[in-house]
Each structure stands twice: as structure tokens, then as C-alpha cells.
Ligand binder design. Structure first.
Ligand SMILES: [Zn+2]
Ligand SMILES: [Zn+2]
Length: 76
């Protein structure tokens, strides 16, 4: 269960985060939902990766890493 909103950093149970969730459809998270640290976000052509120094990386698809599936190819 998430403790903090991963977009605005406020407690997830406090207030209405519907706008945050809507924005998160398009944006990477900014805060770790578990500890509220600012996450290190890297935007890639394929999406994004956000890393918490304590809790590791989150990917756009919710997995820790998805290497290899979409590796390069000609840009046509
Ligand atoms: Zn929020
Ligand atoms: Zn964390």
C-alpha cells in the first residue's frame, strides 16, 4: 500500500489525489510512495525510470527492469 502520493508527496490518504493520478498517466513519479524521498528520474525514449535510494527503481510498467525487450533498431 502506498503511503505517500508519488506525484505531490502528500500522504496518500490525505486529500484527493485524483488529479495526481491523472497526471501520473503521463508523467513519471516524483516522490517515493513509501518514504517520500525525491526520486531520481530518468526519462528515456521508451518511457522513464524512477529510483529511490532506499527502495530501488520503479519503471513505467511497475517492474524493476525491463532490459532487452526494446533494444534499439533502426529509427525509421
Ligand atoms: Zn497527490
Ligand atoms: Zn523510498
Amino acid at each position: 500500500m502506498e503511503t505517500y502520493c508519488d506525484r505531490c508527496g502528500e500522504p496518500a490518504a490525505d486529500g484527493d489525489h485524483a488529479a495526481c493520478r491523472a497526471a501520473r498517466e503521463m508523467e513519471p513519479p516524483r516522490y517515493c510512495p513509501r518514504c517520500r524521498r525525491r526520486m531520481i528520474v530518468q526519462v528515456t525514449p521508451l518511457g522513464w525510470t524512477a529510483r529511490c535510494s532506499q527502495h530501488g527503481a520503479l519503471s513505467q510498467h511497475g517492474a524493476l527492469s525491463q532490459h532487452g525487450a526494446l533494444d534499439g533498431g533502426p529509427a525509421s
